[in-house]
Design a protein around this ligand. Structure first.
Ligand code: ADP
Ligand code: MG
Length: 232
């Protein structure tokens, strides 16, 4: 996917301001920046959920899936896990094939087949986020956008969800836009990273370049916010 000069306006204010960014097929690009920098707005524009100016090429918008911060609000509480995931499969599949595919997707996100009969309230936050990922994968997306998917989780389960994302990348060769305000989290999942500030990209490059030799003072301040990164 190639994003060129993407701009999203809210009134007179550019929440995303002439952003250009590439997500080559099969690659995972991290998008980092403090709260309010425009990351989610950019994601919504890519998914076609908000109007934007500029161009987005090399991607079919109907093949973009998003996973959000709060899995509790993105899953229907009255729908079983199995039904929620099956919904992502689309209408043209027989019942037995759906059941098999739901089980395959649950297995892919390291949940037991029995989870299909559970309801979101019966699951932990980490398990719910796995369901949200499975539901997104059911649609066989060409691009998965993960927007702060570990930010609402207990620290104890964040690592497991990040590991899952890493495994899925390797296993499925997913193209991914991985968004977080936390550079340490982004670094764990992606090889390249773009840094956003007040609607603009201030720098982009490989994780080693951006973290090893940040060009912009803003990136340095993001790094200072995660001091253990510098020593790891
Ligand atoms: P981030 O995801 O990086 O925290 P957002 O994309 O959510 O940032 O927000 C970027 C800016 O756009 C913020 O200043 C936010 O207040 C503003 N904003 C987001 N959504 C809307 C909206 N629907 N209407 C008006 N302003 C918005
Ligand atoms: Mg956001």
């Amino acid at each position: 996917m190639k994003i060129r000069e993407l701009t999203v306006r809210y009134g007179k204010f550019n929440a995303v301001d002439h952003v250009s960014l590439n997500v080559p097929p099969g690659s995972a690009v991290g998008l980092v920046g403090e709260s309010g920098s425009g990351k989610s707005t950019l994601a919504r524009a890519v998914a076609g959920l908000v109007p934007s100016r500029g161009t987005i090429t090399g991607i079919d918008r109907s093949k973009v899936q998003m996973v959000f911060q709060d899995p509790y609000s993105s899953l229907n509480p009255r729908m079983s896990v199995g039904l929620s995931i099956a919904e992502g499969l689309g209408p043209r599949m027989r019942r037995t094939a759906r059941r098999t595919e739901v089980e395959r997707l649950l297995d892919l996100v390291a949940l037991p087949a029995a989870a299909a009969d559970k309801y979101p309230r019966e699951l932990s936050g980490g398990q719910r986020q796995r369901v949200a990922v499975a539901r997104a994968l059911a649609a066989q997306p060409d691009l998965l956008i993960a927007d702060e998917i570990t930010s609402a989780l207990d620290v104890s389960v964040q690592g497991a969800v990040l590991n899952l994302i890493r495994e899925l990348r390797t296993e499925l060769g997913l193209s991914m836009l991985f968004i977080s305000h936390n550079l340490a989290v982004v670094r764990y999942v992606t090889d390249t990273v773009a840094v956003m500030r007040a609607g603009r990209l201030v720098e982009a490059g490989t994780v080693d370049e951006v973290i090893g030799a940040p060009q912009h003072p803003y990136t340095r301040s993001l790094l200072d916010a995660v001091p253990r990164l510098i020593h790891s």
